[in-house]
Design a protein. Structure first.
Length: 461
C-alpha cells in the first residue's frame, strides 16, 4: 500500500504498540526552554532519575527573556525561570544556549539554524509551535510538561493514537507582495481553526517546491493554528542545501551527510491517494492577508472590508477587536507593529521587511519594533546593514527572543491597543490584557508601519 511521509517517519519510530491503542515513540531530538521545563526537571530530581539522552536534548531561553537589553532581574518570574533552567541544565548535563550567548534564540529558529533539526527525525518540545521543524520532513510536535519529564527520563513518548494524514496541495505562482505567511493564513481561512484537528498535514505542490526553507518553516509553524498535530514538507535539494551550509555545527558532515542524502530519497509520500484527505489551494490570485478577528481563520484580503459575523464566536470577536461590519481594513490605524516570533523572525523575513522600509519613515504615533529570532540572525542582519535601515526609519531594534508574540516578557500592548504582528496567534489577550492583534506578513507589517494603517506594500507611494 502507498504510504505518506508521515507514515514512514511514524512507523520507523514506533518502539511498541500500547494496549488499548496508541504507541510508544522513540524521540530523536528534545528541545527545552525556560517556561515549560522547571516542573519536569523537579520530577526527575524527586525520583532520582537522570536525563536519558542529554546529548539529544538542547535547551535555550526565549519565551521570557527581555529583548530590550535590560539586565536579568532574578527577583522577577523571568529571572527565576532563566536561573532555574541554568541550574537544571548544569545539574543534568544538558547543553544550554543561555541569555546573550551567540547560539541563543527562539527554540524553533535555532533548531534549524544550528543543524539540530534534520529530515526523518521525531522532534518534541514543550511548545505548540514545534510543528515548525516539520519543514525539514521531520515529525515535530508540542508536548505538555508531564510529557517533557517523560521524554527527559526515557527518550520516548506515549501517543494515545495515530493521527490521520491530510495532504494540502499548494499550486501557482505568488503575486507581488504575497508571502508564505499569506499562504498559510489563506489555508487556515479556507479550512477553519479546527480544520486540521486529528491530522498531520503534509504541504506539497508547485508553490512549495519553489519555496525556500524560511518560507516552509513559516507554513509548518502555523499548522497548529488549524488544529493539526503537526505539519510536514518532504525534504528535497533545497532542504539539503540548507543543511549543508558551513555554519550549522550540529548538522552531519562528510559520510554522515551522504547517508542523509540517501535517506531523504525515501522520505516522500508515495502517492496522493495515500492521504486520508486531500485539499488544494491555488495562490496565483492570492492577495496579502490580514486577520480581523481572534483566530487566524478570521482573515480577509487586505483590501476587503470587515465581514458579517457568521456565528457567535465571530460576533464576540467583532466586539473584542472594536470593529464594525463593512469597515475597511486599509483605513484601520495601528498603534504598534511587531516583526518577530518563531513564525517570521529569520534573516529572510528581516530582509523582506527592510526592503519595504528603506528610505522611508515610520508613521507618527506608531511604535515599530524588530526582534530577530536568534542572536545569529541579529548579528547577520547587523553585518548586512539591516539594523541601520530599520533604526533610520524609526523602528526599535531588539535582542533575540519571543518578545511581543505572547506578551509575557515586558513587550506588551496596553488594553485596546492594536498591533500589526508577524506572530501566529491573534487570540484575546495574547499580546497583553485587552490587546487587539492582527496577523500579517513581514512585508505587510513593514508597509503598515510606514502608512500608519494596514497597507499593501505595492501601494506605498
Amino acid at each position: 500500500m502507498a504510504s505518506t511521509l508521515f507514515d514512514k517517519v511514524w512507523d520507523s519510530h514506533v518502539v511498541s504498540e500500547l494496549p488499548g491503542g496508541g504507541a510508544l515513540l522513540y524521540i530523536d531530538r528534545h528541545l527545552v526552554h525556560e517556561v515549560t521545563s522547571p516542573q519536569a526537571f523537579d520530577g526527575l530530581r524527586e525520583f532520582g532519575r537522570p536525563v536519558r539522552r542529554p546529548d539529544l536534548t538542547f535547551a535555550t531561553v526565549d519565551h521570557n527573556v527581555p529583548t530590550d537589553g535590560r539586565p536579568i532581574d532574578e527577583s522577577t518570574l523571568a529571572g527565576k525561570q532563566l536561573a532555574a533552567l541554568a541550574k537544571n541544565t548544569k545539574e543534568f548535563g544538558v547543553p544550554l544556549f543561555g541569555y546573550g550567548e551567540a547560539r541563543q534564540g527562539i527554540v524553533h529558529v535555532i533548531g534549524p539554524q544550528l543543524g539540530i533539526t534534520l529530515p526523518g527525525l521525531t522532534i518534541v518540545c514543550g511548545d505548540s509551535h514545534t510543528s515548525t521543524h516539520g519543514a525539514f520532513g521531520a515529525l515535530a510536535f508540542g508536548i505538555g510538561t508531564t510529557e517533557v519529564e517523560h521524554v527527559l527520563a526515557t527518550q520516548t513518548l506515549r501517543s494515545s493514537g495515530r493521527p490521520k494524514s491530510l495532504g494540502i496541495q499548494i499550486d501557482g505562482d505568488a503575486p507581488e507582495g504575497v508571502s508564505p505567511k499569506d499562504i498559510i493564513l489563506a489555508i487556515i481561512r479556507k479550512l477553519g481553526a479546527g480544520g486540521g484537528t486529528g491530522y498531520v498535514v503534509e504541504y506539497f505542490g508547485t508553490a512549495i517546491s519553489k519555496m525556500g526553507m524560511s518560507g516552509r518553516l513559516t507554513v509548518c509553524n502555523m499548522s497548529i493554528e488549524m488544529g493539526a498535530r503537526a505539519g510536514m514538507i518532504a525534504p528535497d535539494e533545497i532542504t539539503l542545501e540548507y543543511i549543508a551550509a558551513e555554519d550549522r555545527p550540529f548538522a552531519p558532515k562528510g559520510v554522515d551527510f551522504d547517508r542523509l542524502v540517501e535517506k531523504c530519497r525515501t522520505l516522500k509520500t508515495d502517492d496522493v491517494s495515500a492521504f486520508d484527505r486531500h485539499e488544494i489551494l491555488d495562490i496565483s490570485k492570492l492577495k496579502p492577508q490580514v486577520t480581523w478577528g481572534t483566530t487566524p481563520a478570521m482573515t480577509v484580503d487586505i483590501d476587503q472590508p470587515i465581514p458579517e459575523p457568521r456565528d457567535a464566536g465571530e460576533q464576540r470577536a467583532l466586539g473584542y477587536m472594536g470593529l464594525k461590519v463593512g469597515q475597511s481594513m486599509q483605513e484601520l490605524a495601528v498603534n504598534t507593529v511587531f516583526i518577530g516570533s518563531c513564525t517570521n523572525s529569520r534573516i529572510e523575513d528581516l530582509r523582506a521587511a527592510a526592503g519595504v522600509v528603506k528610505g522611508r519613515k515610520v508613521a507618527s504615533g506608531v511604535r515599530a519594533m524588530v526582534v530577530p529570532g536568534s542572536e545569529a540572525v541579529k548579528k547577520l542582519a547587523e553585518e548586512e546593514g539591516l539594523r541601520e535601515i530599520f533604526i533610520d526609519a524609526g523602528f526599535e531594534w531588539h535582542r533575540a527572543g519571543c518578545s511581543m508574540c505572547l506578551g509575557m516578557n515586558g513587550d506588551i500592548l496596553r488594553p485596546q491597543e492594536r498591533s500589526a504582528s508577524t506572530s501566529n496567534r491573534p487570540y484575546e489577550g495574547r499580546q497583553g490584557p485587552g490587546s487587539r492583534t492582527h496577523l500579517v506578513s513581514p512585508v505587510t507589517a513593514a508597509a503598515t508601519a510606514i502608512a500608519g494603517h494596514f497597507a499593501d506594500a505595492k501601494d506605498l507611494k
